[in-house]
Design a protein around this ligand. Structure first.
Ligand SMILES: [Zn+2]
Length: 169
């Protein structure tokens, strides 16, 4: 089932997400919905708080479904390593129409559980490292605008508030 994606302004996006106690059928169902929703948009990553569920789960697929082996499912992820720095343009499904240049680690690895509840490690550089940090931020209630300097952040937030006032957000 495709779930609606929350946009900046919804408090769930700004709250730290809770750890998953157990991979129940309900959690498996949530993960399947997140993957379906990510592919439908289409997007390359989605975190559970973006569909209104404050749990530590995210999915990433840089191939957007073209390569099924490219799908990363992470439950209760923790950082294993982060190194270096890259600067690239970035967007978010919760801020449609907005992008900004955001500093991210050049290489990153994350440890967590897969959909079957088995421990796995995902490591990557470039776009994957960026996506890992972006989704990990979502689980801590942080959006990419929160990584921007004050003026840049304020500009985007002001535009969004204006859209919201005219019912376009
Ligand atoms: Zn995002």
């Amino acid at each position: 089932m495709i779930r609606p994606i929350l946009r900046l302004g919804d408090p769930v996006l700004q709250a730290p997400a809770q750890p998953v106690a157990d991979i129940t059928p309900e959690i498996e169902h949530l993960i399947d919905d997140m993957v379906e929703t990510m592919y439908a948009v289409p997007g390359i990553g989605l975190a559970a708080p973006q569909v209104g569920v404050s749990l530590r789960i995210f999915v990433i697929d840089l191939s957007v479904g073209r390569d099924r082996n490219g799908l990363v499912v992470m439950v209760n992820p923790t950082w294993q390593e982060r190194e270096g720095m890259q600067l690239e343009e970035e967007g978010c499904l919760s801020l449609p129409g907005f992008t900004a240049t955001v500093p991210r680690p050049a290489r990153a690895s994350v440890r967590g559980l897969n959909r079957q509840g088995e421990e796995h490690v995902v490591e990557g550089s470039e776009l994957l490292a960026r996506a890992l940090q972006h989704e990990m931020d979502h689980l801590d209630g942080r959006l990419f605008v929160d990584r921007l300097r004050g003026i840049k952040r304020d500009l985007i937030v002001r535009k969004i508030k204006k859209l919201a006032r005219s019912g376009k957000w």
